[in-house]
Design a protein around this ligand. Structure first.
Ligand code: PMP
Length: 354
């Protein structure tokens, strides 16, 4: 067996949340949006001529890049799109980090795919622990010895946010390092740094259509940043696959961006539900970490998270339980519709009473 296949076999891959096909659950385990995509998306699908599928899509996805650029007040050259933000993030590793460099810094408790990509591309990891209250250690990131860093903001699975001034302090303390900000959940707290891309050539903002635009199934994500960074990503992409975003997905994503009103109404509803459910969970004896996202990270005062996870599943409610140390007594609960959250609270009441 050669060295690379040995490496691949030794990697512990990222474990995505369950997508059960057996029965219908109240599905609060993968941070999907409970609301459907906007009407423009439905219309686009109805009008789409299947004849178009005989041709390859635009390898540069110009229509979508232009729409994204317009939204952020940038140029097409500042935008890179991919098959979900996972793909965009994955491509960042071979593009920007060296095997024999100082490594990529990220938190100990954060999106667990970062460590898989680091291992896969043999980039050293510089793991910076969150503080004891699960807050981000700003001064450790300011001083980190690394080639670059990935900051998930708001963080997953904690939901905590690094405020703009702290982020700017980190960016300005590290002008020679690449700072990737994973904004998968940023629309739920309006904290995007995308409009700082022209000011700071060392930041790359990675975003997704999966959460706030209700398009997880369409698989579309993007990065915005300085043209030099974007060109680097394009080189790597075009060495893997010229057509990462298919014609249907490109059209769908363009339509989703056109309906700002619907987008905001869904985000607002999710935030309102989040606040309401947080209160209800606290009444049931949960510690609820402050969340700037579309999920809550909670721990019960006496009932173990692993037991709660299984009992909820038996009762038709799926949430996420991670077994990693420091967080194995927490559950991550996606904010669904008010009706779904009502079922969650009812089932928790039953379980906790038993
Ligand atoms: N970043 C974070 C923090 C996430 O939680 C997710 C979703 N699992 C992603 C990126 C990837 O999302 P997608 O590939 O659906 O765009």
């Amino acid at each position: 067996m050669n060295y690379l296949s040995q490496l691949c076999r030794s990697i512990q891959p990222y474990q995505a949340g369950e997508q059960p096909q057996d029965k219908k659950y109240v599905k609060l385990n993968t941070n999907e949006n409970p609301y459907p995509p906007c009407k423009g998306v439905t219309q686009f699908l109805q009008d789409f001529e299947s004849e178009r599928l005989k041709l390859y899509p635009d390898p540069e996805n110009k229509a979508l890049c232009d729409k994204i650029a317009e939204m952020h007040g940038l140029k097409r050259e500042n935008v890179f799109v991919g098959n979900g933000s996972d793909e965009v993030l994955a491509m960042c590793f071979p593009t920007f980090f060296d095997r024999d460099g100082n490594g990529v810094a990220y938190c100990d408790i954060t999106y667990s795919f970062y460590k898989v990509w680091a291992k896969m591309f043999e980039i050293p990891s510089v793991v910076i622990p969150l503080m004891s209250d699960f807050k981000f250690d700003v001064s450790a990131f300011k001083q980190a010895k690394c080639q670059g860093m990935i900051i998930c903001n708001p963080n997953a699975p904690t939901g905590a946010i690094v405020n703009r001034l702290d982020l700017i302090a980190i960016i300005e303390a590290n002008p020679e390092k690449l700072i990737i900000i994973d904004e998968a959940y940023a629309d739920f707290c309006n904290c995007s740094m995308a409009n700082y891309v022209n000011k700071y050539p060392n930041i790359l903002i990675v975003r997704t259509f999966s959460k706030s635009y209700s398009l997880a199934g369409a698989r579309c994500g993007y990065a915005v940043g300085n043209e030099v960074l974007i060109n680097g990503l394009k080189t790597i992409k075009n060495s893997f696959n010229s057509y990462t975003v298919n014609a249907l997905t490109e059209g769908i994503a363009v339509k989703a961006l056109e309906d700002k009103k619907y987008f905001s109404s869904c985000v607002d509803k999710i935030i309102a539900t989040r606040e309401d459910v947080s209160d209800k969970l606290r009444e049931l004896g949960f510690e609820v970490l402050p969340s700037s996202s579309n999920f809550l990270f909670v721990r019960h005062s006496y009932k173990r998270a692993s037991e709660l996870y299984f009992q909820l599943k038996e009762n038709g409610v799926l949430v996420r339980h991670f077994t990693a140390s420091r967080i194995d007594d927490f559950l991550r609960i996606t904010i669904g519709s008010p009706e779904e959250m009502k079922v969650l609270i009812q089932k928790l009441k039953l379980i906790l009473k038993a």
